[in-house]
Design a protein around this ligand. Structure first.
Ligand SMILES: Cc1cc2nc3c(=O)[nH]c(=O)nc-3n(C[C@H](O)[C@H](O)[C@H](O)COP(=O)(O)O)c2cc1C
Length: 382
C-alpha cells in the first residue's frame, strides 16, 4: 500500500534537471534558450534556489548516439553548482561500472565537507549499451546491473557510516577499511536511484533513500508506488518517491498546449528513433518487461524520461492541483524539466509554487478540523 502523504505531511519538494547535456531536455529542433554551459547552469542554479527548488539533478552520459552531442561530467559539474549556491542540494549522477564505491565514497565525502552538507547522489544503473561498449565497460544483463547497484549502495553506506568496514560481495570487496573524514551529513548523503523495472523497484524498497521514476499517469505511478511501499514495509525500509515531469506552465491552457504541440512537431525524428531503439532495448531487457521506457510512444520519447505523461502542462492552477493530487498518491518530490529553463523556473517559483503551498495549507486545515471534530466526538462519547 502506498503511504499517501497525509495533509499534515511534509510539503512536496521540487527538483530540476541540470541541463549539463546539450540540447536541453527534449529531442526536438525547437528553438530553446536553455544552454549546457557552466555559465548558464550557474545562473539557473541561483534562480532555482531563489524560486524555492530544493534539489538539482545532474546527468551522467559518457557518449550519446542520439543527439545530446556534448555532456559535462556530473560530479565535477555538481561541485561547480554548489560553489555558486548556498542552499540548493545538488545530486551527482553516478554510474556503477565506470565508478567504484571506494572512489565515490571518498569524492562525495570531500564534496560534502566543501559544500557544508549539500551533495547527494543518484545511482543510475545504465541502459545504454553503446555507451558501455564505447568506453570498454563490460555490459551486464539487466538484473545483474541492479545486483551490482545494490552492492554499490550497500558498500557506500557501510564506508560512510562505519569504521573498519569489511564487505565481501560479488562485485565489490572491502577489508577493514576506515574512511576519514566521514561525510558531514548523517547518517550519510542521500542516495537516490531510479528506473521502473522490478529490479529497480526492489532496490528502492531495500537500499535507496529515494526512488526516481519516469513520467507517468497517476494510475501508473500509484501502481509503482504501492508496490514499492508494500515491499519497503516488509523490509522495514523507508523510501521516498520522486517523479519526472516536463512542466509547461503558461497563463492559459491553450498557450501551454500549443508549446507542447510545437515541441512535438519539431521532434528530431532520427534522434528520437535512435534514442527509442537504445532505451526500448533496455526496457525489454528487464525480465518482466516493465523497464522505464517499455510502454513509451514516439511522442513520449521526445522528452527523455516520459515527462509529458505526467501532464504538468497548463495554467499554474491546473498544475498545482495535479501536483497536490500526485502528493496524495504518495509522491514526495517532483523532478521538473523545462523548455527555457531560467525564465520558466522563475515563472514556476512565482506562479505555481505558491499555489501548491496554498492547496497544501488548505488540506492541512481541513484535516486539522476533521481531526478536532473527531477528537471532540470521542470526548463526548467518553
Ligand atoms: C530521474 C532519472 C534520472 C536518470 N539519470 C540517468 C543518468 O544521468 N544517466 C544514465 O545513464 N541513466 C539515468 N537514468 C536511468 C536509470 O538509471 C535506469 O538505467 C533506467 O531508468 C532504466 O531502468 P529500468 O530498466 O530498470 O526501468 C535515470 C533515470 C531516472 C528515472
Amino acid at each position: 500500500m502506498s503511504q499517501p502523504s497525509s495533509s499534515t505531511a511534509a510539503p512536496v519538494k521540487f527538483a530540476y534537471w541540470v541541463p549539463n547535456v546539450s540540447g536541453g531536455l527534449v529531442v526536438s529542433t525547437i528553438a530553446q534558450r536553455t544552454d549546457w554551459s557552466l555559465e548558464y547552469n550557474q545562473r539557473l542554479a541561483v534562480a532555482a534556489e531563489k524560486a524555492g527548488f530544493e534539489y538539482a539533478l545532474s546527468q551522467i552520459r559518457f557518449t550519446a548516439g542520439y543527439g545530446a552531442e556534448y555532456q559535462h561530467e556530473s560530479v565535477s559539474f555538481s561541485q561547480a553548482l554548489l560553489h555558486a549556491t548556498t542552499k540548493l542540494k545538488v545530486l551527482a549522477a553516478i554510474l556503477p561500472g565506470p565508478w567504484n564505491p571506494a572512489v565515490v565514497a571518498k569524492q562525495i565525502a570531500t564534496i560534502d565537507h566543501i559544500s557544508n552538507g549539500r551533495i547527494a547522489i543518484n545511482v543510475v544503473s545504465g541502459w545504454f549499451k553503446g555507451e558501455f561498449q564505447a568506453i570498454g565497460e563490460p555490459w551486464l544483463e539487466h538484473d545483474e546491473r541492479y545486483r551490482r547497484s545494490n552492492e554499490f549502495i550497500r558498500a557506500l553506506k557501510g564506508i560512510w557510516t562505519q569504521d573498519n568496514f569489511t564487505f565481501k560481495g560479488d562485485f565489490y570487496r572491502f577489508s577493514d577499511y576506515t574512511l576519514s573524514p566521514k561525510p558531514v551529513q548523517k547518517p550519510h548523503p542521500e542516495i537516490f536511484q531510479g528506473g521502473s523495472s522490478r529490479a529497480a523497484r526492489d532496490n528502492a524498497a531495500s537500499v535507496s533513500d529515494w526512488y526516481f521514476t519516469n513520467g507517468n499517469t497517476p494510475e501508473g505511478l500509484k501502481a509503482q508506488i504501492d508496490d514499492i511501499q508494500a515491499k519497503a514495509a516488509q523490509n522495514g525500509h523507508t523510501v521516498r518517491i520522486g517523479v519526472n515531469a516536463f512542466v509547461i506552465a503558461r497563463d492559459t491552457e491553450e498557450e501551454a498546449r500549443a508549446v507542447l504541440a510545437d515541441i512535438i512537431e519539431h521532434a528530431h525524428v532520427e534522434a528520437v528513433h535512435a534514442f527509442g531503439d537504445a532505451v526500448k532495448q533496455a526496457g525489454k531487457a528487464s525480465p518482466e518487461g516493465e523497464g522505464n521506457w517499455a510502454k513509451s510512444t514516439f511522442e513520449d520519447l521526445v522528452q527523455y524520461n516520459d515527462g509529458f505523461r505526467t501532464d504538468l502542462i497548463g495554467t499554474p492552477q491546473q498544475i498545482a492541483e495535479r501536483i497536490v493530487a500526485l502528493k496524495a498518491i504518495g509522491v514526495d518530490l517532483i523532478l521538473t524539466g523545462f523548455l527555457h529553463f531560467i525564465e520558466e523556473v522563475e515563472y514556476f517559483g512565482e506562479k505555481v509554487l505558491p499555489l501548491v503551498r496554498k492547496l497544501e495549507a488548505e488540506q492541512a486545515a481541513r484535516a486539522g478540523q476533521a481531526g478536532n471534530a473527531g477528537k471532540a466526538a470521542l470526548e463526548a462519547v467518553a
